[in-house]
Structure formats: structure tokens, C-alpha cells
Design a protein around this ligand. Structure first.
Ligand code: SAH
Ligand code: SF4
Length: 346
């Protein structure tokens, strides 16, 4: 098994190189080349041939290759389908805002969680991504667009807390000063609610924003759309969120995809208000993106406004998020699903 060199922390890279008998300063040089985005060891021009050969035989540089790129006509959104060395694909979305560029990265090829409204969840699971494969999505997008990304959301394909160790490694690498140096305050990690992993994440006390995909105010409604709820019921999840806030001091963000006649009644809004009362949080209401085969429809506009008003009575701030890139299948997993169905590919 070759070493995934871009997933190494700097001291680990130094060990790899010094243990093979090369001087320490070579590690710094190799690291600089990797930061510049080289895709082959041969491109490292100031490195002696002996070290190049050692690296080539012992290690590999992981790359996210652009398989397909879509640019939205209506809003400033670019969506990529990236291909990795083994032929697997993931999706990545870049959004341009007034304050900079934000990227939505994938953490797994597919997802095991099986949420009924989600295109990724409906297409099954292949494998988890390595830390370098998550990083490479950002590097490839930056190089292709000639920009610097300032915010990252882990909201693409996959469940980040189901790929815990690689995601922690990615978070440390991407935020480190000698890496892309994107601070934790500019990172959001979204989870469907794997309770023990929320406790584990809390121990790291990262300054990132934890976003919890709630999508329902009670066990009966939630278990119908999110199978994970049968394993970790809603009261355990909310307890974990309260404890997470206690441990980190970071306000939790809840995602609530509004589905017509499924979770958007006044009664649901009141139950949600009671559930979250007193918790330092923010609720993002998202009109559900219709995914083929689900039969789910977006809630009407007046339902979204009713939710904002009712939650306000419980002193909970909620905003309706507009859906972006609707002309380029920008919702999680939709591009890959269309691409593979049309090409017969993986
Ligand atoms: N697995 C993680 C992160 C990836 S999904 C999670 O579930 O949180 C990113 C977000 O997109 C989640 O909030 C998810 O619930 C939401 N999502 C998935 N399919 C959607 C759809 N069809 N419409 C609206 N939101 C959707
Ligand atoms: Fe997986 Fe998140 Fe989709 Fe659920 S919503 S199936 S957890 S990617």
C-alpha cells in the first residue's frame, strides 16, 4: 500500500523523508510543491532524482480530476463532478457571495444513511474519501477558477461523521497555517445526527459551526424520512446538541427541509419550537429540492413564513434559505445521479 502523501500532517511527512535517509529540509521543499498543487512527483524541480524515485515508489499524490463542470446561468454557482484515481466520482459546488467564495465538499462516495428525500441517500454507498481527496476538491476548484476559497461547508455527498477520522484529519490540514489556512470559524460541518460522534467531535473544541439536519420535530415524522432516527432518537440528538453547545460555546445550526404536507403544518412548527426552546441555535428553513422518485414537493411560501413566525414565539431565529443553482442540479447528489443514469457509468 502506497502512502497517501497529501493526507500526512507535516511532522509525518518529515518522518517519511528522514527515515528514508534524506535531510529534513527536503520535507519543507516537498511540502511546498504539494501546496502548489503538483500532480506528479516529477514536477518537483529542485528535488534530487533519488528522492523523487523514493517518493514515486512509496507514495502517491491524490488528485480530483474535473470530469464535468456546470456553470449556473441564474446565480454565481459552479458545480463540478470530480473523478478520483480509482474512477469514483463526487460532486462539489462553489458559490460566490459578496464576502467571498464558499465551497460545498463531499466526504464520501454515496452515503449509508438512506434519507428518503436525498439523491445521494437514494444512490447507495461506495466508499469514504481520504483527507487528501476532500482537500483536493478545494485545490482543483481554486486552480480551475483562479480564486481563493474563504468558506467551506461539509454538505456535499456523504455523512461526515460516518468518516470521522478522515474528516478530522481534513479539518486540521485545511485549517493549518502551512496548509490552505482556512480557519475553523469559516467551516461548517453538517450531520444527520450520529449522536456518539457528536460527543466525540465536541472533545476537539473546534471553532467550526455544527449544522444538524433535523427536518422533523418528533420521532414519528423524523423516522419516516431519516432512518438514523431509529438508532438515535430525537431527544438523544437534542441532548447531544445541548451538550455540544456547553462544551464548545458554539451556536448550533439546524437544517429543516420543508416538505409539502409532510413536516410543514403549524403543529409541526409548535413542536419544533418546544423541542429547541432555550437552546442557543439558528434554524435554516429550506424548501425541499424535489428529487425524482421521492414524490416530495416544496412547501408553499406561506408555510415557510408561518414557520418563521411560530418559531419566533419561542424566541428561535429562523431564516428561509433560497435554493441555489436550480438549473444545474445543485442539490446534493443530483448531478452525479443524472450523469451516471445518462452515461451508464459508475
Ligand atoms: N450527510 C450530511 C451532510 C450532507 S447532506 C447531512 O445529512 O447533514 C447536506 C444537507 O442537504 C443536509 O442538511 C441534507 O438534509 C440536505 N438535503 C439532502 N437532500 C435534500 C433535498 N432534496 N432538499 C433539501 N435539502 C436536502
Ligand atoms: Fe446521507 Fe446527508 Fe443525504 Fe442523509 S441527507 S442520505 S445523511 S448525505
Amino acid at each position: 500500500m502506497k502512502t497517501d502523501i497529501k493526507s500526512l500532517y507535516y511532522p509525518e511527512l518529515e518522518n517519511l523523508i528522514t527515515e528514508a535517509g534524506f535531510p529534513k529540509f527536503r520535507a519543507k521543499q516537498v511540502h511546498l510543491w504539494l501546496c502548489k498543487g503538483v500532480t506528479e512527483f516529477e514536477e518537483m524541480r529542485n528535488i534530487p532524482q533519488g528522492l523523487i524515485e523514493f517518493l514515486r515508489s512509496s507514495s502517491y499524490i491524490s488528485v480530483a480530476n474535473i470530469e464535468k463542470k456546470l456553470v449556473s446561468r441564474y446565480d454565481k454557482i459552479v458545480k463540478y463532478l470530480f473523478r478520483f484515481g480509482d474512477g469514483e466520482f463526487v460532486e462539489t459546488v462553489v458559490m460566490s457571495y459578496k464576502h467571498g467564495y464558499s465551497i460545498c465538499v463531499s466526504t464520501q462516495v454515496g452515503c449509508k444513511m438512506g434519507c428518503t428525500f436525498c439523491a445521494t441517500g437514494r444512490s447507495g454507498f461506495s466508499r469514504s474519501l481520504t483527507a487528501s481527496e476532500i482537500l483536493s476538491q478545494i485545490e482543483s476548484a481554486q486552480t480551475d477558477l483562479g480564486i481563493r476559497i474563504s468558506n467551506i461547508v461539509l454538505m456535499g455527498m456523504g455523512e461526515p461523521l460516518d468518516n470521522f477520522d478522515n474528516v478530522i484529519r481534513f479539518l486540521r490540514l485545511v485549517s493549518s497555517e502551512d496548509g490552505l489556512n482556512i480557519g475553523m470559524r469559516h467551516i461548517t460541518l453538517s450531520t444527520c445526527g450520529i449522536v456518539p460522534k457528536i460527543y466525540e467531535l465536541a472533545k476537539y473544541k473546534f471553532a467550526l459551526t455544527l449544522s444538524v439536519s433535523l427536518h422533523a420535530p418528533d420521532n414519528e415524522t423524523r423516522s419516516k424520512t431519516m432512518p438514523i432516527n431509529k438508532k438515535y432518537p430525537i431527544e438523544e440528538l437534542i441532548k447531544a446538541c445541548r451538550d455540544y453547545f456547553e462544551a464548545t460555546g458554539r451556536r448550533i445550526s439546524f437544517e429543516y427541509a420543508m416538505i409539502d404536507s409532510v413536516n410543514d403544518s403549524d403543529d409541526c412548527a409548535h413542536r419544533l419550537g418546544n423541542l429547541l426552546k432555550g437552546l442557543n441555535c439558528h434554524v435554516n428553513l429550506i424548501p425541499v429540492n424535489s428529487v425524482r422518485g421521492t414524490g416530495y414537493k416544496k412547501s408553499r411560501l406561506d408555510r415557510q413564513q408561518a414557520f418563521v413566525n411560530i418559531l419566533g414565539k419561542y424566541s428561535i431565529t429562523a431564516t428561509v434559505r433560497r435554493t441555489l443553482g436550480s438549473d444545474i442540479n445543485a442539490s446534493c447528489g443530483q448531478l452525479k445521479r443524472n450523469y451516471t443514469e445518462n452515461t451508464g457509468g459508475k
